[in-house]
Structures are given as C-alpha cells and as structure tokens.
Design a protein around this ligand. Structure first.
Ligand code: DP6
Length: 352
C-alpha cells in the first residue's frame, strides 16, 4: 500500500506587514498582519509527501534539489508536530490505522514560479508542506490548527492556508496556541482585485526576513510605535474596508503600511534597504497616477526586496500596465501588455 499525498498552496502578499518576533523559536509575531492569498492558478508550491517503512530517514527536495533536514530546524519542527498529531488523533484512537507516525517521510516540493524571481517562496512552501503531510496522515484537524504548525515553519506561511483575505492574529499566549490565521473574507467576496507582480530584481535578497526583522526588534524605536499605536487600528480599518469592498481605504492603508515597514527597516541599526531606485520609481508612478485621477486607482506594496506588487481593480489593470511599460522600458516579455496570465502580469522591470 502506497501512503502518499499531494497538495498545493499559493503565495500571499501582505497589506499589513509582519515584521518582528516576540518568540523566535515558536515564531510568535510582535504584531498582527493581513494579506491577500493569490489564486491557486498562479504562484504556488506543490508538495508530495510519502511515508514508507522502508525509508531510512526523513528527506526533503526543493525544486529537485535535496535539502538537509537539520535537527531543531523549522522543517524538522513541522514534521515532528504533524507526526505527533497523527499518533494522538488517528493511531491512538484506531488500532487498525497504519502506524505512519513511525515511518520516515520523503517530501518533494516544487514552485511553479522561478525560484530566482525574488518572490518569497517560504510562505507557500511551508503551507504546502504542512497541508500535504496533514493529507497523508488524514489528520482530523482544521486549517486553523494547521496554520499554527505552518507558522513554526515561516511566520507568513500560516496565512497561505486560507484563500482570499487573511489575517494572522498575533495572540498573547506564550505557547502560541492563539497565534494563527483567520479568513477575513473569501476570494469570491471581492473577486475583482488583482495583484500585478513586477520583478525588479530577481537576485536573492541581501538581508533575509528572519535576520532583518530581529535586528529591527532589537534596535528600532519606531517599531515600538508601529506595534502599539499603528498596526491595531490599521488591522481593524483594513478588515472593515475589505468587508465593505472599499478600495480607497484598502489601498491607502496598504501603501502606508508598506512605507512604514520600509521606514522601520531604515530605522534599524545598521539600516536595512530593501527597495531600490526602481522600486521608488514605481511608487512615484502610482502616486502620480492616483493624484492625476483624483482618486485611488492602484496600491503598491513591497516586501523584503525591491519587487513591486500592485493591487488594483480589474478595470484599471490595462492602464497601469501601460504606465509601467512606458516608464520602465522593458524586455519583450513585459512590453506586451497582454502578456498576462489570467489577468495577472509577471513582468520584469530593469534596474537603473
Ligand atoms: C516582509 O515569514 O519570511 O514578507 O517568519 O522569519 O520565516 P520568518 O519570516 P517571513 O517574513 C515575511 C515578512 C514580509 C511581510 C509579510 O509577509 O507579512
């Protein structure tokens, strides 16, 4: 009998940024965050897990290359948690269930987007890993429970277990039991919003999110203001804007939060620069586009790197792509404004 399961999970892009941990082992954040999960057809990780009594150790392949699973590593923690759940929720309750928790697993994960695209793959990667093991083990657990485990792989991964608009509630329990993702609205609630991903630079980032955010926690005074005074109100306001399909408020908060995240990165000692001149150029173009229209038609956001994500209602997409192409003359793939897949364009904006 073959014990194998395959699942996939999409990338998510935060509107309210997670940046800082209060517990680095359990991955408990210093503030709540909120993101949009991209749809399954576009950027996603697909993971197959297999348990077999013949396997001699747990092994993991990412895009075909084997990665070591070090004891105590995040991957190790996620696998151990899921094996323990298999034992307590399935095997201890049903003596005829195969003892999969005692078998080693082989896990193989692929991203359907270039790993070198500079887009975060840890969120979709850990969400897919956790959901494929949960399917393999036939765990009777909720996506909320799985998000608690995925969170220990990579914080932002907990949000990729849900589609649509997703909040990660920071929680207050020291064991992390109340720090998980919840769906604020389904994808069908507000379907007309698109994410345009502009690849400015596909190099691996200089300062990883993990080390960068801890340096910010240790050194930035501005982060304390952000955590206490800014994020709680923004979480409430953006959730309301999503419920009410209020793009103006959604976009204003998204842009302000991206800018504040990059401000706390700059307020870190030594300072961290994730955006470059092209990133700032994209900000200027979108700000001017909104100003000239007399209303907010698009919102930019940047994670821990220079690549831009532009959120916009479908009816504005063509105009925005034409603007980006005009100001950032491109390689052929980006020159064609119809080089869209399913309404989402992945283009490349050259540096300089
Ligand atoms: C800027 O989830 O990659 O994308 O928990 O250390 O794995 P770790 O960090 P990670 O950080 C993501 C930071 C961000 C903002 C966000 O996605 O909320």
């Amino acid at each position: 009998m073959v014990h194998q399961a395959t699942t996939s999970a999409p990338v998510n892009i935060a509107c309210i940024k997670y940046w800082g941990k209060r517990d680095t082992k359990l991955i408990l954040p210093t503030n709540s965050s909120l993101s949009v999960t991209l749809d399954q057809d576009h950027l996603r990780s697909t993971t197959t897990s297999r348990a077999d009594p013949e396997f001699t150790k747990d092994r993991l392949w990412l895009n075909g290359n084997e990665e070591e699973i070090k004891p105590g590593s995040r991957t190790h923690t996620c696998i151990a948690e899921l094996k323990a759940l298999r034992k307590t929720t399935v095997e201890d309750k049903n003596s005829s269930a195969p003892k999969l928790s005692t078998y080693h697993v082989h896990i193989s994960s692929y991203n359907n987007f270039p790993t070198a695209a500079g887009l975060a793959s840890s969120a979709s990667g850990f969400a897919a890993l956790v959901s494929s093991l949960a399917a393999l083990y036939e765990l009777p657990v909720s996506p909320k429970d799985l998000s608690i485990i995925a969170r220990q792989g990579s914080g932002s991964a907990c949000r990729s277990l849900f589609g649509g608009y997703v909040a990660w509630e920071e929680g207050s329990a020291s064991d992390g039991s109340d720090s998980y993702a919840v769906q604020v609205a389904t994808e069908s609630h507000w379907p007309g919003i698109h994410a345009l991903i502009c690849v400015v630079n596909d190099a691996k980032k200089g300062t990883s999110s993990t080390s960068g955010m801890q340096r910010t926690v240790e050194t930035s005074a501005l982060l304390q203001h952000r955590i206490k005074e800014v994020v709680p109100k923004r979480m409430a306001d953006i959730s309301k804007a999503i419920q009410e399909k209020d793009f103006d408020t959604f976009a204003r908060i998204t842009m302000a939060d991206s800018n504040q995240f990059h401000a706390v990165a700059l307020d870190t000692t030594p300072p961290i620069f994730y955006m470059n001149d092209v990133s700032r150029g994209v900000i200027a173009v979108i700000e001017e586009y909104n100003r000239a229209a007399g209303k907010i038609k698009a919102a930019y956001t940047f994670d821990a790197g220079p690549n831009a994500v532009i959120y916009a209602p479908e009816e504005n997409l063509k105009e925005i792509i034409q603007l980006i192409v005009k100001f950032f003359p491109q390689q052929a793939e980006f020159k064609d404004p119809f080089a869209l897949f399913g309404g989402k364009l992945e283009g490349r904006v050259p540096e300089g």
